[in-house]
Design a protein around this ligand. Sequence first.
Ligand code: WTA
Length: 592
Amino acid sequence: MIPDKAPKEDVFHGSEELKKEAHIPSFEKYKELYMKSIDHPDEFWGDVAKDFFWKTKHTGPFLEYNFDVTKGEIYVKFMEGATTNICYNLLDRNVHDRKLGDNVAFYCTFQKHLSAPQRYQYESISNRRRFKAASSSTEQIELDRKSDTETAQRETDREGKEKTRPVPQVPWDPEVDLCWHSLIRGASDECEPEWCESEDPLFILYTSGSTGKPKGVLHTVSGYMLYTATTFKLVFDHQPGDVYWCTADIGWITGHSYITYGPLANGATSVLFEGLPTYPDVGRMWEIVDKYSVTKFYTAPTAIRMLMKFGSDPVVKYKRESLKVLGTVGEPINPEAWQWYYNVVGDKRCPIVDTFWQTETGGHVLTPLPAATPMKPGSATFPFFGVVPAILNESGEELEGPSEGYLVFKQPWPGVMRTVYGNQQRFETTYFKKFPGYYVTGDGCRRDKDGYYWITGRIDDMLNVSGHLLSTAEVESALVEHEAVAEAAVVGRPHPVKGESLYCFVTLNDGVTYNRPLEAELKKQVREKIGAIATPDYIQNAPGLPKTRSGKIMRRVLRKIACDERDLGDISTLADSSVVEQLFQNRCCPAV
Ligand code: WTA
């Protein structure tokens, strides 16, 4: 499946200097370890596990599973019987066993909310509350809210002249409320770890589902820990002295796996950034790279495309000589953006790791290794250790050699999701029913003559906007909840920066007139219900939608209308073809 020899033509290689220090220095070494990870997973993961702390050893095999719905319930168990604590492994182990206690864990560039001038007092409170919300329990937030408000009250009183302004009052019930400051005074900063079972839940992260309702993806302790640690170490070729920077949002899976767990498990030094890559100017990223001497940099294709629009001047203004490896995640990277990233940002010196993975996979599953894998711009190249990809046709047959079809995985790796929280049936239906025996990614994929994998995009009703997955059904239901809307259909329209933009068709209820204020209201509604990333780019009034005789909306036709492409293919199943012409005439944006 993986070629014995890497191709020599039309590929890019990591530098000799990088190969000298790399964990996996050659394609041959990659292939040898890959085969070991598949043929002897116990040995492979057993070696990885040696670096971690286990309170008790596992009792069963490293990996036990059923991936075939026809044989019973789907399950994955990794290192069953072992007990450990992930926080102990991420922090205590680095301090006590690895003697990294004085190393920087995170260079933090959060704004100092506390130093905000008085007259911005109230905003500062709400900012602090928002910041804390990311890391505190609900009770803690409530207590912080009380103490923030009290502080604000004292400061306002002191200012005197502000006395007339109403200060928010927080009710205090001595039966249930406790004062944070008195509680924390005298509390010990030691907290004994809770020893967890390997398969205990670690976290649940919600991701869009094609039926509209988000799915709670459940990850468990040991498998996720070892998988994020290993992918981080090998994909970014982590070395002592590295300064790593991942620009992702910490609430996204990329922030979980590759800002928090992966880097900390390796005792890495990271830059943590909260802000915009374009503020105060478009050189912001490279300024930070120089300021902290960043060696490994990880971002999304959408950010690269956005910065590319401003040309190379804002990049070459900075040295960037510390950079060694560049990474991308979240969506296919178009070869043009890849070349710009490689030539301009990385000065033709830094390999690009185009990492394909999902919230569900926990960590990278198709990816180059920087010193070992010859790169092709736009290809996520080959599987990571323990991962066995296949390409299936519509009938579920495995395709060999150069081919295109559904991307699936044949067996689990330690970091794969365990279930959809509270809904095992949905887990099995979404990922395992279509092709029994395989985990179905929902992505299309092509394999070329050299065995390289190229992701071609989602094949379900999902959109990828700036690297974030959105379900069309979710946006449609947010639109339909508005009292003016009878029906909505949402499709993706290619966008030069965001990858895809949201083009929404809405059919209004009888008697309602379409106008700008209504359009603004609809955009606001989607934004509030789902989030800023889902704000529709275009809304078109659609008195009728193209439907089949059985009433199914033909999204394929709507996608053509959104792009003003007249070649509609076979539309003989349309119930009323006159709506199509009407929609073409009322398009609301210029051709792509
Ligand atoms: C897409 C993000 C092509 C893909 C980590 C996948 C990619 C979805 C790549 C998961 C890549 C992610 N090349 N497509 N390198 N990385 N995708 O769950 O469609 O937010 O299924 O996880 O993003 O998105 P999610």
